[in-house]
Design a protein around this ligand. Structure first.
Ligand code: FMN
Length: 307
């Protein structure tokens, strides 16, 4: 069974990757999941400097998903390159490092340092709903991925300086996600990934306070899947670069919906908290589906939804 797919120049052994922020830096899961069986490990987002993240509580369950406002907690770029990257590079699968910044200079700095350190692909997180941008080209706005011009200028600015594979992560918190996808494609991204979480809120009626200290957070999990599938379907038809699809994928059937909608590969996020073996289970499920349907290569069904 041939599960290989190409995310632009990045060749994956199968289409299943770990969604940023839900799988740590891979190591946290290595006793449970054979990391070398995954299509790729996508790391928790890193930033140039250490970030403590938002104050707790920053996670709460909802009827069909979770709300989080972690706020990109991480130990910073230097720590990542020194203490985490060597172990990740030793794993025999592709590595995609998620990176974020509040302005172009910091983005370029981080991505260049990662390229120099031998990283082959980065996911540009332009779409975290839980941080505020106060400086740079996007000052005063919430995120680059909500403004086609800002997103395009940023990706073009990064593209000029590096050759590695750029995957740009888009936000669903927009009126027309295809517009942003086209803008970053024109700016030179190698692939787009979607969707990040939906800006959302939950209130504790006993205390009459928001359940998250940050007041709002990002909604993920099964609740968002149908919207994510629709967005992947629309974006896959609007751009030529490959789409990395995610949002509520809990099992192989969910992953297949994304692939049929046009995703070349998928990321599994919230499911890792429910079933830490979700990724290998999904890979096995894809093999069974292909066998039953007599599909020899998963590539044959990308975008294959019959409409
Ligand atoms: C606890 C948590 C932390 C997350 N942290 C990040 C992050 O650091 N960077 C990022 O790009 N996305 C982050 N995300 C978003 C996921 O990568 C993914 O885009 C989103 O959750 C939708 O997929 P899912 O429904 O399978 O979780 C986070 C999601 C959760 C639930």
């Amino acid at each position: 069974m041939d599960l290989r797919v190409n995310l632009g120049r990045l060749k994956l052994k199968n289409p299943v990757t770990t969604a940023s922020g839900t799988f740590g830096y891979g190591k946290e899961f290595e006793d449970i999941v054979a990391l070398d069986k995954l299509g790729a490990v996508i790391t928790k987002t890193i930033t140039r400097l250490r970030r403590p993240g938002n104050p707790p509580p920053r996670l709460t369950e909802t009827a069909a998903g979770i709300l989080n406002a972690i706020g990109l907690q991480n130990e910073g770029l230097d720590d990542f390159i020194k203490n985490k990257l060597p172990q990740l590079k030793a794993v025999k699968t592709k590595l995609i490092v998620s990176v974020s910044a509040t302005d172009e200079d910091d983005f370029v700095y981080c991505v260049q340092r990662l390229e120099e350190a031998g990283v082959e692909a980065v996911e540009l997180n332009l779409s975290c709903p839980n941080i505020k941008y106060s400086t740079g080209v996007n000052a005063g706005k919430k995120m680059f991925a909500q403004d086609a011009q800002a997103a395009s200028a940023l990706v073009a600015g990064i593209r000029k300086h590096v050759k590695l594979v750029l995957i740009t992560k888009l936000s669903p918190n927009v009126t027309d996600i295809t517009q942003i996808a086209r803008a970053v494609e024109d700016a030179g991204t190698d692939a787009v990934s979607l969707i990040n979480t939906f800006s959302a809120m939950a209130i504790d009626i006993k205390t009459m306070r928001p359940k998250l200290a940050n007041i709002t957070g990002g909604l993920s999990g099964p609740a968002i899947k149908p919207v994510a599938v629709r967005m992947v379907y629309e974006v896959a038809r609007a751009v030529k670069v490959p789409v990395l699809g995610m949002g509520g994928i809990m099992n192989a059937e969910d992953a297949l919906e994304f692939i049929l909608a046009g995703a070349t590969a998928v990321s599994v996020g919230t499911a890792n908290f429910v079933n830490p073996r979700a990724c290998p289970d999904i890979i096995n499920g894809l093999v069974s589906y292909c066998k039953n349907k007599k599909i020899s290569s998963i590539k044959d069904i990308i975008g294959g939804v019959k409409v």
